[in-house]
Write a new protein. Structure first.
Length: 380
């Protein structure tokens, strides 16, 4: 059955961020009869370059949007209204190491990582899970738009499923989950659409029912390039077309991603699209057409693969694959390969149709209808 595991008075640690989704998740659990404990997670954010007389204003400007003082206050109000215990969990050190440092290191290599995947992998479903076990909780819960299905077969198994609201589905970010984690996770809003979630928040008088959601990377204190340039030393070099013609100078290969159009700064003769990087020559390769053949690939290699069932499938595997969060899942065939000296296994994904801007370090997520089979990191 999709949805809740209906077991009265089971203890649940619910992550409450101060937004409408996590607040309604906590409210639903309380109404289902669970013993709910609210937890607010504090993440890392860059320090203010200077603190002036109005220190409070500076601190407000220099906070992670996911866990600002305002968000914490909203989460506390929700917990108080629901009459549930509320705690703040400081995960700044872990978040900096596992999410931010990883993010920067991948960009140094000229790759484009997805920090939300790593946050789910290491923070929300590892450290939070460990905290829940320490508090002798039965489950953890979050406001993710996803569902979990219990499969009552010869071997007990849990499946990760897409959300009812396909426009808000967040299963793409959850491919790292394991069977041991899924059996202790609840996604209370997975069976609802966003408008239904807001309607419930309003009906129950939750103070965050009209709160807007942020779509940006939570820890950026400026634009992405500004954040990276203050932390990565990258050499400038030539921008060349696919025909070898030099058309400009780039600011460092680390600051560009495959498929990018804005921010290339070639005036008067554009637009241009990034189609590749020549690290040996420190050259950024561009094309004038969004339909340039160099931008479309049919194959990719995926590493660090996780199969949610706990068992590898039979290869070759036919399924649908997403190469980015907002990219449509496309039919492909997956085969097992072994390409490294240390014998690490990797998978080769061959799409039926060429895909635009396959980008190293993004997540490739495998679907069969509404089930998430697993995923991995795009290597090349």
């Amino acid at each position: 059955m999709l949805g809740f595991k209906h077991m009265k008075k089971k203890k649940v640690i619910c992550a409450i961020s101060g937004g409408v989704d996590s607040s309604v998740a906590a409210a639903l659990l309380k109404k289902q009869g669970y013993d709910v404990v609210g937890v607010f997670m504090r993440f890392w954010y860059p320090e203010a370059p200077q603190i002036n007389a109005d220190r409070n204003a500076d601190l407000r400007r220099n906070e992670n949007r996911c866990c600002s003082a305002e968000a914490q206050a909203d989460a506390r109000k929700v917990a108080a209204q629901l009459k549930i215990p509320f705690y703040t969990l400081n995960l700044e050190k872990e978040f900096k190491k596992r999410v931010v440092d990883y993010f920067i290191e991948e960009y140094k290599k000229g790759r484009t990582p997805n920090p939300c995947v790593e946050c789910n992998r290491w923070i929300k479903f590892k450290f939070l899970m460990e905290k829940a076990l320490a508090l002798k909780a039965d489950y953890i819960a979050t406001g993710h738009y996803a569902r979990i299905k219990f499969v009552n077969s010869k071997q007990i198994r849990y499946s990760l499923m897409t959300a009812k609201d396909k426009t808000k589905d967040q299963s793409y970010f959850l491919w790292t989950l394991t069977q041991n984690q899924l059996k202790r996770i609840l996604f209370p809003i997975g069976d609802y659409k966003k408008e239904e979630v807001r309607a419930m928040a309003k009906k129950w008088g939750l103070p965050v029912y009209e709160k807007r959601e942020s779509q940006e990377i939570c820890f950026l204190d400026t634009d992405l390039r500004g954040f990276l340039k203050s932390r990565i030393h990258a050499e400038k070099g030539p921008i060349v077309t696919t025909k070898g013609e030099k058309v400009g100078e780039h600011e460092g290969l680390a600051f560009y991603t495959i498929g990018q159009r804005k921010g290339i700064k070639i005036g008067g003769i554009g637009p241009f699209y990034v189609v590749g990087k020549d690290f040996k020559k420190n050259a950024l390769i561009v094309a004038k057409s969004e339909q340039a053949t160099e931008l479309y690939k049919k194959e990719m290699i995926v590493e660090k693969v996780n199969w949610i069932s706990g068992k590898e499938p039979n290869f070759p595997l036919r399924c649908r694959v997403k190469i980015r969060y907002l990219h449509p899942a496309s039919l492909a065939t997956i085969t097992r390969i072994q390409r490294t000296k240390n014998k690490k296994q990797k998978d080769l994904v061959i799409f039926d149709k060429k895909q635009r801007a396959i980008t190293p370090s993004q997540s490739a997520v495998f679907y069969r209808r509404n089930e998430v089979l697993g995923g991995g990191i795009i290597e090349e």
